[in-house]
Design a protein around this ligand. Structure first.
Ligand SMILES: [Zn+2]
Length: 553
């Protein structure tokens, strides 16, 4: 990665916040590395080295500054957009991919050679994969020391250090002092609860994120208040809760109640995914704005994020449940599912009222009789088969070598067609280029955005063609189109499954228009609707035929 020294120096002389998270500065005379916004006096140009990542600075022997605290910089690592392999590798590392496996195994999972992976890391991050994983651990530990009252032994465990001795040695080597001396006198918080700051790069459209989550909140599992989100969580059989709200200084504050601190890195990684904290809105917005149709949408909501999912199986179940029905109806079904099959929350004092159950896991649904749920039999069967498939392959939602491979793998799941696969890739696998092209909300959004200029509505095919220029950020384009239509952001809107194709407001986009596209789920939805219509009238044979054709793939 090339860093122009003159531009870098200009950025730090002016403490330009736009470079925060993109640039780290090593000061040769002190051996310390800083963020561009460090309040300390700017050293002379010849005493500085510039690095594209904290790991690179640390690998070069610099230690984190105690004033600007590099651990509090927005971590933009995962979605640099420059190399998909690096992005996916970082996502795996964030999930602990190098904790008990080596770089060779990591490379193999990504379908590249070990040397190539090292080369890519060097080029894009200026550091080796191991250095990235180690730096992540150190910075999380330092953050926990600084912000919480956790005993040092628990900090070591929570940050993923194998032993307290290694933790002490690392801190002694890096900071020249024992970790406990880095504790802030005012660090607070009730015991049994860990509060963590999750920094992001501004702008951040928090109201839009909250509205998206509010419309989909499953009673018992999730609550959304005026300015915060909370939910129950289950990791390796243990229950807990998390609550997230924004605070001053471009960060979210997560309050975590969980019995096993060793799960903390996993919880932080998942929260970063749900709230899309690795996004670089400036880079994404600049690219999308090159299309004159999207430019005004981006200008209207510059901080729009793609809401991620807490858990892949939960998202897939919701997506299948939501096929052909509205968000409101899908949420009601999900609530019924949770009440019937979710485990009551145990062993934790909820951080928010109204949290009573954890979402049922695949093991539970794999053996469930879903006939009382009130969905068509084929859908109930699809849910059970989906649960069985996830039990058989728990890594099914893990990062793949490419978006295409991910989609292929997901589409092999029962009940998952193209739309659902793209939707899961977008929200669970955080594929920034995932794009559920057959989505009627997207077509309406594009139609609305284009109609003033051309006076003509686009076809699904035109939507896909137009989306080519939005790569590699099509997921964000989709979010803007949904938001422009108000679809994702009210209770009627773009559901956790393909929306109903019939619309009183959009006769021009009736199902027939989609036939040309040949999208299997659009077809499923159309057939499903036809089936319902026939059920209402007569024609038993037609109904059976329609249902048979509607069977989820
Ligand atoms: Zn500093």
């Amino acid at each position: 990665m090339d860093l122009d020294p003159h531009a870098c120096y200009r950025a730090i002389s002016t403490r330009d916040a736009r470079f925060d998270g993109r640039l780290f500065i090593g000061v040769k005379t002190t051996g310390i590395y800083c963020r561009p916004i460090c309040p300390a006096r700017t050293p002379r140009r010849e005493n500085l080295l510039f690095f594209p990542s904290a790991a690179a600075a640390q690998e070069a022997g610099f230690r984190p500054c105690l004033r600007c605290r590099p651990e509090a910089a927005p971590d933009l690592g995962v979605w640099r957009g420059t190399s998909n392999t690096v992005s996916r590798a970082l996502a795996l590392i964030e999930k602990g991919g190098l904790d008990d496996a080596d770089v060779e195994a990591l490379a193999e999972r990504l379908g590249v050679g070990e040397r190539q992976l090292r080369r890519l890391f060097r080029r894009h991050l200026g550091a080796s994969p191991i250095a990235v994983a180690q730096t992540r651990r150190v910075l999380l530990a330092k953050h926990l020391i600084h912000e919480t009252r956790l005993p040092m032994g628990e900090v070591a465990l929570a940050a993923g250090f194998g032993s307290i001795r290694r933790f002490n040695e690392t801190f002694q080597r890096l900071f020249g002092r024992p970790p406990s001396t880095l504790r802030r006198a005012t660090a607070a918080g009730p015991t049994g609860e860990v509060a963590i700051l999750l920094p992001y790069r501004p702008p951040y459209d928090w109201p839009a994120m909250l509205a998206f989550l509010r419309a989909r909140a499953i009673p018992g599992v999730e609550t959304v208040s005026r300015d915060g989100y909370a939910r129950t969580i289950e990791i390796a059989g243990a229950h807990g809760t998390v609550a997230v709200r924004p605070i001053a200084g471009n960060a979210l504050r997560a309050t975590i109640q969980f019995p096993q601190l060793s799960a903390l890195p996993t919880i932080v990684a998942r929260l970063r995914r749900v709230f899309d904290l690795a996004a670089d809105p400036e880079v994404i917005g600049a690219h999308l704005s090159e299309d004159h149709v999207l430019a005004p949408l981006v200008a209207a909501r510059p901080g729009l994020r793609v809401a991620g999912a807490w858990d892949g199986f939960e998202l897939a179940v919701r997506a299948v449940l939501g096929q052909q029905i509205t968000v409101v109806a899908a949420v009601k079904l999900a609530a019924k599912l949770v009440a019937a099959y979710g485990k009551p929350l145990s062993g934790a004092t909820p951080v928010s009222d109204g949290l009573t159950h954890v979402f049922p896991g695949p093991e539970r649904l794999a053996v469930a009789d879903l006939s009382s749920l009130g969905v068509v039999r084929t859908r109930a069967a699809a849910l059970v088969s989906l649960a069985r498939a996830v039990v058989a392959d728990p890594e099914i939602f893990g990062p793949r070598r490419s978006l295409e491979e991910a989609i292929l793998k997901l589409r092999a799941l029962p009940g998952v067609g193209e739309w659902t696969a793209q939707y899961i890739a977008m929200r669970e696998m955080r594929e920034p280029d995932a794009f559920p092209a057959a989505d009627i909300g997207l077509m309406r959004g594009l139609m609305r955005a284009m109609v003033d200029r051309k006076g003509r509505r686009p076809s699904p095919r035109e939507l896909l063609a137009r989306a080519e220029r939005w790569r590699p950020w099509r997921a964000y384009a989709a979010q803007h189109l949904w938001a422009s239509h108000g679809l994702s952001y009210d209770r009627r809107g773009a559901p956790d499954g393909p929306p109903p194709l019939r619309s009183r407001h959009d006769p021009g986009l009736a199902a027939g228009r989609l036939r040309a596209d040949g999208d299997p789920e659009a077809r499923d939805a159309r057939v499903g609707r036809a089936a319902r219509r026939r059920r209402a009238g007569a024609g038993r044979a037609g109904r059976h035929r329609a249902l048979a054709r509607a069977r989820p793939r």
